[in-house]
Design a protein around this ligand. Structure first.
Ligand SMILES: *[C@@H]1O[C@H](CO)[C@@H](O)[C@H](O)[C@H]1NC(C)=O
Ligand SMILES: *[C@@H]1O[C@H](CO)[C@@H](O)[C@H](O)[C@H]1NC(C)=O
Ligand SMILES: *[C@@H]1O[C@H](CO)[C@@H](O)[C@H](O)[C@H]1NC(C)=O
Length: 354
């Protein structure tokens, strides 16, 4: 019986010489590999936001490409935001998913991929959204909840964190705030604010005078370092019992504040490409030219090195697709067999909405 069906199916395939949609399955390891590689390329195409991780393959179809060979996959994949910013250019498998305690974001991507010997992303469209706070608080009543990125207290938290980073960093130049990318609030003994933000290298030394620093322009150059920071500002209101010499106790409130920050600084992509070009060039010559990309002063802004060749310039980003934030909409049932695949993460939510 099944052999008969298979023969019939092959006959249909052979009969129709044009593109024929083949039956696929979400448990097919090849399809999963295509989805994983496509997501790598989507993350690579992005210029902002967080790296996305694969939660599951929701649906797919495959159409053989008669002319060019290979085939085109139409994939629907469910994704989750990770804790890595896209500036890090880390492979998504190295990035931890955003858990309930750090404002989880989920969504779906419609992805077209051409596959022959290589997997080549053609286009994508992703719709993302935060997991609703009610769903988070239902299973984690103490978890922080998202705050508006434009709140003055959030901006203040980012500035305080940045100040601490600049003070403690081993880098020569002052870094300025670029964008706040995430903000949340939690009530501990007092309010605790958490921010995530990107920073950009300026042309000023961090030892410069405050008046200089407040007007210091960012290094508007493809060789500027960028960074991604996580900061927090906690205010603790503690009650102290003060015993005075007479032996009478008096209580008093005291405000204690603490600011924490952790930043990762990334090499500019242009310098990585240039280093590769150098390495290439160096292999043909004896001369080895080590270039220093640490910019200390504005006058160092002149690069004597010729532009990297076409093959080493990274492809322009953000050209293959879009990622938008929008509310969930009803989705159609998958058409392929064994779809959707099992979720890799459910974040511990009671009703899986992901
Ligand atoms: C920073 O935020 C602005 C405004 O939302 C946005 O247009 C820009 O792309 C962001 N830049 C980065 C590097 O994230
Ligand atoms: C790709 O799949 C989606 C979801 O199943 C469907 O809406 C869309 O029409 C498909 N595109 C093509 C070209 O088949
Ligand atoms: C690059 O510049 C830094 C900062 O001045 C300096 O410490 C380092 O030695 C330089 N490296 C090279 C290879 O010139």
């Amino acid at each position: 019986m099944s052999v008969y069906l298979l023969v019939l199916f092959l006959a249909v395939l052979l009969h129709d010489g044009k593109a024929t949609i083949e039956l696929q399955s979400c448990s097919n390891p090849d399809a999963v590999r295509v989805a994983e590689e496509a997501l790598e390329q989507i993350n690579h195409d992005r210029t902002d936001g967080y790296i996305l991780t694969l939660n599951r393959l929701y649906d797919l179809s495959r159409t053989p490409n008669q002319e060019k060979g290979g085939s085109v996959y139409n994939l629907t994949i469910d994704v989750l935001e990770t804790q890595c910013h896209s500036f890090s250019r880390k492979p998504w498998k190295q990035c931890e998913v955003r858990e309930l305690s750090n404002i989880p974001v989920y969504g779906e991507c419609q992805v077209y991929v051409h596959v022959d010997a290589k997997v080549k992303l053609q286009s994508y469209f992703c719709a993302l959204r935060e997991v609703p706070a009610t769903a988070v608080l239902h299973v984690c009543p103490d978890c922080p909840t998202a705050d508006n990125l434009n709140e003055p207290v959030i901006k203040e938290t980012a500035q305080l964190s940045l100040q601490k980073f600049n003070k403690e960093s081993q880098l020569a130049n002052y870094f300025t705030l670029e964008n706040i990318t995430k903000a949340s609030l939690q009530w501990v003994i007092g309010p605790a604010y958490f921010v995530e933000f990107t920073i950009l290298e300026t042309v000023c030394s961090k030892e410069a005078d405050v008046t200089v620093l407040t007007h210091c322009p960012p290094m508007n150059c493809q060789f500027a370092h960028r960074g991604f920071c996580k900061g927090s500002h906690v205010t603790l209101e503690e009650t102290f019992i003060i015993t005075n010499p007479v032996g009478k106790d008096a209580s008093s409130f005291q405000k204690r504040e603490s600011v924490d920050v952790k930043c990762e600084i990334y090499e500019p992509q242009a310098s990585t490409a240039e280093e590769q070009a150098h390495a290439k060039a160096a292999s043909g010559h004896l001369e080895h030219h080590q270039h220093n990309h640490t910019h200390l002063h504005p006058h160092e802004h002149v690069h004597s090195v010729t532009q990297a060749t076409d093959s080493t310039i990274p492809n322009p980003k953000g050209h293959l697709g879009r990622i938008v934030f929008e509310p969930a909409s009803p989705r159609s049932a998958p058409t392929a067999s064994s779809c959707p695949a099992a979720r890799r993460h459910n974040l511990g939510l009671r009703n899986p909405l992901l």
